[in-house]
Design a protein around this ligand. Sequence first.
Ligand code: C2E
Ligand code: MG
Ligand code: MG
Length: 644
Amino acid sequence: MENIVHFDVAAVIMLLIMFVVSLTRKSYKGTTNRMFQLLIVTTLFSALFNAVTAGLENYGCQNDLLLYFTRTMYLILHNFTTPVYVMYIVSLTRTWHKFKKHLCASVLASIPYVAILVAIVLTPLTGLLYTYENGIFTRGKAAIALYINAAFYLALGVGYIIKYGRLLKKRNIVILLSSVPLMILAIVIKCFFPNSLVEIFANAVSLMIISMTIQNPDKNIDGITGLKKYIAYGEEIKMDYENKKHQKIILINLVDFESLQRLLGFEGINLFLRQVAEYLIAHDRKFKAYSDIYYLDRGRFRVVVNSFNLKKAEALAKSISDSSKLPVRVKHIDITAEAVVCLADCPGDIKDFKSLMAFGNDFHERVVRTGELLYASELFKQRDFQIVNAMEDILKRGLENRSFQVYYQPIYSIEKKRFVSAEALIRLIDPEYGFIPPNLFIPFSEKNGAINKIGDIVLDNVCRFISSDRFKELGLDYIEINLSVVQCMQRGLADNVLATINKYGVSPDKINLEITETAANYNQAMLVENMTKLIDAGISFSLDDFGTGYSNMERVASLPLKIVKLDKTFVDNSNKPRLHVFLKGTIKMLKDMDMEIVVEGIETQQMVETFSNLNCDYIQGYFYSKPIPENDFVDFIKQSLISA
Ligand code: C2E
Ligand code: MG
Ligand code: MG
């Protein structure tokens, strides 16, 4: 009876299509993809050799040597598909590191395949599995071993899915397990119709289902770079943390990505990101690290070097870092983009996924850029990093234990020769980390929303202080309160502020709110609405940190501001002749617009004189006093009144 080869031919066609599709997909091949490709290739060639063998038998080929050769090849490959299937499952669960740990188990798991391999290769001599005599095929005594081998790896695969099922999505478990009844069905069919070659066809159908579902990359692949994207990083690395998998992550953040994006435009930036992705892939290949490469968003790339290649991670990271100044040639633009590269040993350096994300988000903004490779372990020894890492808890503790305090820094009027106001500055002392600088916790609290509560604490404290009798003795005109950008954009800001000052019966002219240039550059409509409402009620506004942001003169000029605060950078650079000229012009311009000028960060008598001569109105800085607690501040002002 002739073999029915149609099934094999159909399988070959299906597998070829899948192979071509997997090759031409514009996505980067991570470990799982590579494993899946191996599965397709193994099945494809086993189908080919099976079809050739069956074809030769059908045509009555009597060349035993040729038949032995094609059947041997078929059996080697076909029996390899089940172990590869297990390897694919291991890849999906990202648990390769377990095999490295339990070497003994890995050796045990490979024994059946090695044994069957030996049996297959020796069969032409021993006739154990089958024999050919003048082209006539006869099953050998040990032919059942082939089925036992397949059953062993199938059982191993199913066992693995059961043991590590929690690491897989439910849908994926169903898809993976669905291939088992399909295989069993194929074997049953083969028992009844021994000449129908349905086994490989069943394999091909399973692979087709997997390729259309689990391996379907649309959701996980970034369309621009072809790398795995944010969602995949989130799912996979979180899983690795749960699994206590040891791996090294190379974090690559492009510096000032937003500006680069503006400069290059939509098409330009996409082209550039693609170039970076190709560059990283090429580098990874050069080092044979077989990493998983991701593009998260906003210029953040991640190269995850898996457990087997950890030794290569540092050299790879160094090499990426050495070329971290990238020439960008997009259309007519020819510039240099810079990246900051950091190597993190996980979970050693960064203990959980949330911390990894928080750290990765902006480490490049918090380091001195030397162009050298950074090590997360070194950065984490720095106190600032430890604080930022624990910021969520620190803020929570601070709010729960009410450990926020408001300090005051006096502001001196050059004309009146006395202190006329003060800036309220928030302080947080944490029981574990001590003093937490506002420059660290304010930006964090803006992101997690705690800033609104912090803003309320400051406003409440200041209003309570102003309404107290002892404040009245100090003869101060007003207190300046910092508003964060997030607060400025809040719809209810004006009502909230007015409610608090009413609660304490504070006169609105005793409050001055500081906004920054960054706030002025955001949604101006909301800001102006808030400002107008508050100004109508009698509250005045200052522009803080003038000269540090992206000044947009037109916007700044159009805002109803009473005071402009020159940033400390002006003070630090005022001895540079050209800046002095610039400063002189700026001050004159602000004065012509009827604005009052405060200089921040004055530390010496000489600086007081310089800025008095430049016609500034108020001086604030360590020269007079650092920010101090309310009681000390009251004493300080009283003392200054006595000595005047
Ligand atoms: P800022 O509003 O520009 O405050 C001035 C900063 O300069 C304060 O730092 C102050 O301590 C510091 N400073 C004052 N005089 C000198 C000096 O002579 N030399 C030096 N080296 N520094 C001086 P601080 O208190 O660490 O606050 C940093 C920033 O955090 C503030 O900058 C402000 O943007 C923000 N911030 C502080 N308190 C609050 C708050 O209650 N709410 C909001 N939204 N932001 C706040
Ligand atoms: Mg301020
Ligand atoms: Mg300032």
